[in-house]
Ligand binder design. Sequence first.
Ligand code: M6R
Length: 624
Amino acid sequence: MCGIVGYVGKRPVVDLLLKGLGQLEYRGYDSTGIAVERSGEKKIEILKSEGKLENVARLAKELDQAAKGATCGMGHTRWATHGKPTTQNAHPHRTGHVVLVHNGIIENYAEIKREMASKGYHPVSETDSELFGFLVLEEMKAGKKLRPAVTASFRRITGSCSVVVMSDLEPGTVVGIRNGTPMVAATDPKGGGILASDAQPLLDLTKDVIFLEDGVGVEITEAGLKFFEFANDAEVRPATTHLDWNAENMEKGGYPTFMRKEIFEQPTAIVDTLNATLDRAKTEAFPLAKHRASDLLLAAEEIVFVACGTSWHAALLGKYWIEKYARIPVAVELASEFRYRDPVLKPKTLVIGITQSGETADTLAVLKDMKKRGVPTAAITNVRGSSISREADGTFFTAAGPEVGVASTKAFMAQLVTLLCFAGARSKVGPQAAGIDPKVSKKLFEHTLALPHAIQTFLGDEQGLAKQVKAIAKALDDAKGFFFIGRGYSFPMALEGALKLKELAYVYAEGYAAGELKHGPIAMIEEGMVVVVLAPKDSWRDKTVSNLEEVKARGAKIVSVGEAGDTHLRSLSDHWIPLPHLEDEALLPFAMAPVVQLLSYEIALLKGTNIDKPRNLAKSVTVE
Ligand code: M6R
């Protein structure tokens, strides 16, 4: 779960690496480093530091001309797995003339460590990564050039990871291999090429990029890119993907944080995802665009969603919608649990992995396992070329655009859009469709098309919902802890609200199905606790209001989220956030999402946490 960038060409590499690492910091940010080849010298210089990129950027200012003139180098931003986040454990690691960066895990590191110790190699860091350098050094000692030495060494290790290696002895060369964690490469139109853990650092140079498959590596020199399989060193020619992502998308666009920008981009994410999921040339309700994944969805008799975190909450809503509108059974599974179970799946079950990053290790592992068992698989992801999109039999791409804030907001919204479209589309096909009134999905479709406008109006600008939520957040600053409660569609939103608050503000928060409160958690309610009650005017509202009264009677402060005209609910609440009137109760989660996101955001702001990069987290969780 680290970020890697490497470059050889004609551009000054120090700035290029620092900028690229800035774009990859979401992958991990507890230490950073760069290695650059001093111009005119056969010598690689390393700068590294614990903490954020700014520490290395400060060191880079002190570099002499030979290092500043470098046009070949690599960098790394780390999320610690083996060894503490210290400068010593930061990448790049040097072993003799070999310098490397690594993302992922070397599972057989203990065995390699023993073997290397017997040859006199002793690591100076606590990382598994450094051992890889010993292997390469040994191979080069035996007479191999850098690239074959790297592939031979890679064949010795197990576990999913990527490495990028340079050597003082082979100036102007960067060799990278991908096996289980992502790597994207591109030719620099000015000469040479670039690689990185995702496409963002490449976009300043070109939009034509190559997503490496597992098992494939790339050698970059000023002459360009050469791709090869590490298993047998054979050269390969992977396909190029043209990305329509705009480098400007990556900037904050005037917002103080990426997360805030991404919250306000949600109406656009809804529009773009509807356009991506549906065949908009057709007038019928929910006409899914035709491709492999939509064929699989329409043929399935049961669906199992697997996901983690916020994507799992989206899956729960997907279950509610699909079961209600399409009447086919849906199971929702935590990928980290499902992968180690021995599940029983009926024939014609489709397993769908939901992951905004497309790289989440547990979700990916489930799809790989299902593939081995011959179970059809599909994916919902926001990232083209991501690992899951290459693993699944078919993929639905959400169109939220790049999401940089670690907390998922617009990508979550886009997942909801896709899942709602699944429900509408599935209501029309399959044996169960005979019993479903087509008018229902037609109405839902009309209301769905009106959704982007409704959410845009609701969100408004900084003077609207955001201002109101900010004032409430201020009044809650001294809370001992939070419960988010809801029933029906509001239950997954309660889980999502609590997760957001934990990850952004680091305060105690629980999400509960309101009906579960009296089965234990109500014992936690006392003065000083805040209960956020999600009680829009839907089929569950009255029952949730009864639960509100129970916690109010026990001293909790109440923040209610309900329909604007619900004066009774308002009168029971200490703080009140009115929702817009949406024609269909199934669409209410789209309005509740920005409320819980902004509430967590504002509380986090008051606590002074790092909103875009919360502690201990990373945007894509490529380790289990
Ligand atoms: O990339 P994924 O959607 O697979 O990520 C899953 C979770 O790690 C992710 O949703 C996490 O819970 C977010 N940080 C929540 O905001």
